[in-house]
Design a protein around this ligand. Structure first.
Ligand SMILES: Cc1cc2nc3c(=O)[nH]c(=O)nc-3n(C[C@H](O)[C@H](O)[C@H](O)COP(=O)(O)O)c2cc1C
Length: 206
C-alpha cells in the first residue's frame, strides 16, 4: 500500500465556502499535475429495483450549480436516471492523492445547452453519438463500423443532425466530500452538506 505523504494538511480555513469552487481548484491542480483525464469521474446510478451500477463519464463544467456530463438518454444509465435521479459521482486523482465524492440529484439539461455543446465536439464524435445505440447489444464490430461509414457518406457536406436521444445531465449536489491522503492512514476528509442557503462543513474520521 502506498503511503500518502504528498499533501500538506487540508484545513477547514483554507476551503472555499462553496464546494463547486473548491472542486474547480482541485480540478485545476489535477490538470496542472498532468493527469490524462483529470475530468473523468465515476457515475453511480441505481435502477428501479435499487440495484447500483457505475461507469466513468467526463465532467463538462457547472450549469446552474449542477455538475454536468453528456450521454445517451436511452443508454442503461439514461434509463436508470429516468427511474431514479439519485446519483453519486467520484473523482480520483492518483498523482495528487485526492478524491472527491458527490451525492445529489440528476436532471436533464435544457436541450439548447446540450445542442450547443454537441456542435463544439469533433464531427466524428457527433456522428458516433448519432449512430450509437449506447448499451444495446450489437451483432459484431463490423455492424457498427458499417453503420458509421454509411452515415459519414450520407451526411457528406451536411451538418450532423442533432440526435434527440443524446443530451446532458446536471447533478445538483446535496453533499460533497474532499479527501486527501495523509500519512499513517490519517487522511483528511472534509464534507460539505447543504444547510439553508449555504453549506456546513464537517470533518470526518478517516
Ligand atoms: C475515461 C472515460 C470517460 C468516459 N466518458 C463518457 C461520457 O462522458 N459519456 C458517456 O456516455 N460515456 C462515457 N464513457 C463510457 C462509459 O463509461 C460507458 O461505457 C457508457 O456511457 C455506457 O454506460 P451505460 O451502459 O452504463 O449507460 C467514458 C469512459 C471512460 C473510460
Amino acid at each position: 500500500m502506498a503511503q500518502y505523504t504528498k499533501n500538506p494538511p487540508l484545513l477547514e480555513a483554507a476551503l472555499a465556502a462553496d464546494p463547486l469552487i473548491q472542486l474547480d481548484r482541485w480540478l485545476g491542480d489535477a490538470q496542472a499535475a498532468g493527469m490524462i483525464e483529470p475530468t473523468a469521474m465515476t457515475l453511480a446510478t441505481v435502477d428501479a429495483q435499487g440495484r447500483p451500477s457505475a461507469r466513468m463519464v467526463l465532467f463538462k463544467g457547472v450549469h446552474n450549480g449542477a455538475l454536468t456530463f453528456y450521454t445517451n438518454h436511452e443508454s442503461r444509465k439514461g434509463r436508470e436516471l429516468a427511474a431514479n435521479p439519485r446519483v453519486a459521482l467520484v473523482f480520483w486523482w492518483d498523482r495528487l492523492e485526492r478524491q472527491v465524492r458527490v451525492e445529489g440529484m440528476a436532471q436533464r439539461l435544457p436541450v439548447e445547452v446540450a445542442r450547443r455543446y454537441f456542435y463544439t465536439r469533433p464531427r466524428e464524435s457527433q456522428i458516433g453519438a448519432l449512430i450509437s445505440r449506447q448499451s444495446a447489444i450489437v451483432a459484431d464490430r463490423a455492424t457498427l463500423d458499417r453503420r458509421y461509414d454509411e452515415t459519414v457518406a450520407r451526411l457528406a457536406g451536411a451538418d450532423v443532425p442533432y440526435p434527440e436521444h443524446w443530451g446532458g445531465y446536471g447533478v445538483t449536489p446535496q453533499c460533497v466530500e474532499f479527501w486527501q491522503g495523509r500519512s499513517g492512514r490519517l487522511h483528511d476528509r472534509l464534507c460539505y452538506q447543504r444547510a439553508g442557503d449555504g453549506w456546513r462543513i464537517d470533518r470526518l474520521e478517516p
